[in-house]
Design a protein around this ligand. Structure first.
Ligand SMILES: [Fe+2]
Length: 334
């Protein structure tokens, strides 16, 4: 029997990840073995040539279900309707095209590194995060599908391996982060580093919006490997954090440590840069990777991407927890 896919690892130019070539269209056969391949590849799979999804978006949902018991339905999670796919509500739309109208991130300043390359390392590159880390339990895996990517050399997605970064962490930093917790909060709450530096008043947060503690070193529930788990400017709480028990604020001891950790985390040898081709699916594991989007010219180019979020295996640390992001009434029924 023909195997359901062929696999090549690592991804070009990276120390982790794998490319998967499926033997058959997914409408004909949903392949076995992809979750195991994802774990073995350090949390990142590229599955190219899935143009069939553009006309049959439910195929992305079927593919997503291979990776976990629950795929988020964005109708139930306080998501603006303009970001939710009209026929498959488990698809979140990332696009500058109406009605989503989401702008790309700004270019780094300066836009290239001193040797003329795309900047990947923090702090020149900003926007590194792991999806929805402001929720407990946080999600496991995201799938991202290129319906209409922009031309190469912009609109990329960058990934950094928390596993490789943790393993290479100097002993003194390893000791400092051993039992440390980060304080993660959703963007737009007036608690980002920039908002606090600008003197904005943080908006009052309902119980289900409040910052959540997450371990800085997370043990992966499938591989047992330890990985750095943290975000930077936009998804940490810079009023009370970024770390529990360290001096808070954008200039405190916590900020100094976060800058050191993120600079290490995003060193080029831990990073993969994905240049998108129409029909690509990327599957990434939020439990052990961070990612960042890059700039494109939203006045001249249109980009349309679909994302799904898979949850259900966050690890023993979260066993039995109610979902932090649901308003009280819904949480009681959770
Ligand atoms: Fe993301």
């Amino acid at each position: 029997m023909t195997p359901p896919f062929e696999i090549a690892s690592p991804l070009p130019g990276a120390a982790f990840g794998a490319t998967v070539q499926l033997a058959k269209p997914i409408a004909q056969q949903l392949p076995d073995g992809l979750p195991e391949a994802l774990a073995q590849a350090g949390g990142l799979l590229l599955i190219p040539r899935l143009g069939e999804i553009a006309d049959s978006p439910e195929l992305l949902l079927r593919l997503s279900h291979l990776f976990g018991p629950e795929v988020e339905d964005y109708r139930h999670t306080l998501t603006g309707r303009q970001f939710v796919h009209p026929t498959v509500p488990e698809i979140y739309i990332v696009s500058n095209v109406p009605p989503a109208h989401r702008a790309p991130p700004k270019q780094p300043d300066p836009p290239l590194t001193a040797d003329g390359r795309l900047p990947v390392q923090y702090p020149q590159r900003k926007g590194w995060h792991t999806d929805q880390s402001y929720r407990r339990p946080p999600p496991d895996i995201s799938l991202f599908y290129a319906v209409m990517p922009v031309a190469r050399e912009r609109g990329q997605t960058l990934f950094a391996s928390g596993t490789l970064a943790y393993e290479a962490l100097p002993a003194d930093l390893k000791a400092r982060v051993e039992r440390l917790e980060g304080l993660h909060v959703q963007p737009g709450a007036g608690r980002s580093r920039d908002a606090v530096l600008a003197g904005e008043t943080p908006r009052p947060l309902a119980a289900h919006e409040r910052a959540q503690r997450q371990p800085v070193v997370r043990t992966h529930p499938v591989t047992g490997k330890r990985a750095l788990y943290l975000c930077e400017s936009g998804q940490m709480d810079w009023v009370d954090g970024p770390f529990v028990g360290l001096e808070p604020g954008p200039r405190g001891a916590g900020a100094v440590l976060l800058d050191a950790l993120m600079t290490h985390f995003t060193r080029p040898e831990f990073v993969y840069v994905h240049e998108w081709t129409e029909g690509d699916v990327l599957v990434w594991d939020n439990r052990c990777l961070v990612h960042a989007a890059t700039w494109y010219d939203a006045d001249k180019e249109q980009r349309l991407m679909w994302r799904t979020t898979v949850r259900g295996n966050p690890g023993a640390l979260y066993a039995g927890e109610k979902r932090s992001w649901l308003p009280e009434r819904e949480r009681a029924a959770d």
